[in-house]
Design a protein. Sequence first.
Length: 278
Amino acid sequence: MSKSISFLKRLAKVILGRAAVVEIVPLTFAGWKMATGTQVPWHRGGGNQRARSFATCDARMADLVARREVLLTQFRQESVDSEVAALKWRHYFVHWTASEAACLRYTHENNFVELGVCDGLTAWYAAMARQGAACKGQFYLYDAWAAMRGDLLTESERTSAGSYAYLSLENTKKNLSFTGFDGFVFNKGYIPESFAASENPETVAWLHIDLNSALPTLAALDYFWGRLVSGGIVLFDDFAWPGYEDTREKIEAWSDARGVQILHLPTGQAIITKRADT
Ligand SMILES: C[S@@+](CC[C@H](N)C(=O)[O-])C[C@H]1O[C@@H](n2cnc3c(N)ncnc32)[C@H](O)[C@@H]1O
């Protein structure tokens, strides 16, 4: 234990009293409302193949952002590098679940779907996770790439109306071109009505929902659940975040009605997997 930590422990005991349990642990990660002292997957570049693949992928994104080759318009440009670094645990779960879905062998095509694409940041990690998996299939991306509409929001979400008006589909396409993957299908329009006019996959191996709104999230779940292959994965981004309680409540009611279990992640994300009997 370093001298400074031991000093802080003694100081805390003096202030808080002998009965207080004081644990001071050096942080290995802090960001996106979570902090931990555990050994992170990317410790020393990663201890196994998938962790190494993530570490390489994450370093590549950090470099592209630092050079402003990838332009993330959803963040303030002064702090964009630290914003991406703070999302590392989130991106690890995106990359891990996408890698797993890319390896599924019960399906002819390992199609990916993302609802809520923005600048393509999470889609970038998922597309990179396909590399080396030798899987077929395409990556279907859905977003309005325009201001959020008030009529698609619940009462408690109404303040988000007008958000994301600045997005550009062309910028997202350019950002994703750095993945080298040529199977993207861009579906521009408001969910759920856009499904009628979009090019949609018949089967899905990985479904990422990041819409910051409960009603389109539920509609997307209903639309794609029947297309999700056995072993397929659904990853929710804003599941347990303050301000998105409506999303969480609707997903929980939906999953209870189907006997489907939710894995809560400390990042606020959540995962559902598809079993053959659901
Ligand atoms: C939090 S952002 C997505 C962030 C992205 N996954 C990333 O890389 O971090 C939410 C996105 O959902 C989109 N969106 C929200 N409601 C929508 C709707 N009803 N139809 C289509 N897109 C919608 C917004 O345009 C925005 O790009």
